[in-house]
Design a protein around this ligand. Structure first.
Ligand code: CA
Length: 224
């Protein structure tokens, strides 16, 4: 889940709409207090921050996120209004992962957001050697999967599939994309193979099976 704090309704709606349309789940907030309430309920996988906001400004939000253990490593992208503001913010080196000057193109925003999500996923594995999602722990190097502490045995393809989804957390992967990545081929009629493996995978993951979401007519994703 991506959170956006932006007081300009037009931009907020457009960004949320665009992200949702490209398969990224996003929620927008007009001010910091609403954002913090949402963070308490669910830690986002990436945060987009406007700088000039009615209550707390984007830089203060950034500082707070960086100071808390649970939110310290979330990728944060600042949306800066003017080039002078952009220069100033860059100069401050406030610790954001990226800065996008307004006005920005939606394609560019989506590309950068996806790149940060991917990098965050890779870093998670580099640091702990494993992915976690809910009660699920996956260690790619050891080829090991735990659900609530108990080991789950997966076939090679099921394991690859699970890792591929975790690597691209929050991104909807189409059946075609999954098929060509995991099975190395891509033709219509065989996408059912993906559905069958997803079904098995969900079964084997038991209580955590529902972390794999079906995006109807498109494909699958993991977003926890
Ligand atoms: Ca603003």
């Amino acid at each position: 889940m991506i959170y956006l704090v932006e007081d300009e309704k037009n931009i907020r709606d457009l960004v949320v709409y665009t992200l949702n349309n490209t398969g990224l789940e996003a929620q927008g907030f007009p001010k910091a207090s609403d954002f913090w309430e949402a963070v308490n309920n669910r830690i986002p996988s990436l945060v987009l921050l406007d700088i000039m906001l009615p209550d707390e400004d984007g830089l203060e939000i950034l500082k707070k996120l960086r100071s808390k253990k649970e939110t310290k490593k979330i990728p944060i992208v600042m949306l800066t209004a003017k080039s002078s503001e952009y220069d100033k913010v860059i100069g401050l080196d406030a610790g954001a992962d990226d800065y996008i000057p307004k006005p920005f193109g939606m394609m560019e925003l989506v590309a950068r957001v996806k790149a940060h999500l991917r990098r965050a996923g890779e870093e998670e594995v580099e640091e702990n050697g494993e992915y976690t999602a809910g009660k699920l722990v996956v260690n790619p190097a050891k080829h090991k999967v735990l659900v609530d502490g108990s080991e789950v045995t997966l076939t090679y393809k099921e394991f690859e599939l699970l890792c591929y989804l975790l690597e691209n957390r929050d991104v909807v992967l189409t059946r075609d994309k999954i098929l060509s990545k995991i099975w190395g081929y891509n033709f219509d009629g065989e996408t059912r193979t993906v559905d069958v493996h997803i079904r098995m995978l969900r079964q084997k993951l038991g209580s955590e099976g529902d972390i794999i979401e079906t995006i109807r007519g498109i494909g699958y994703k993991i977003s926890k």
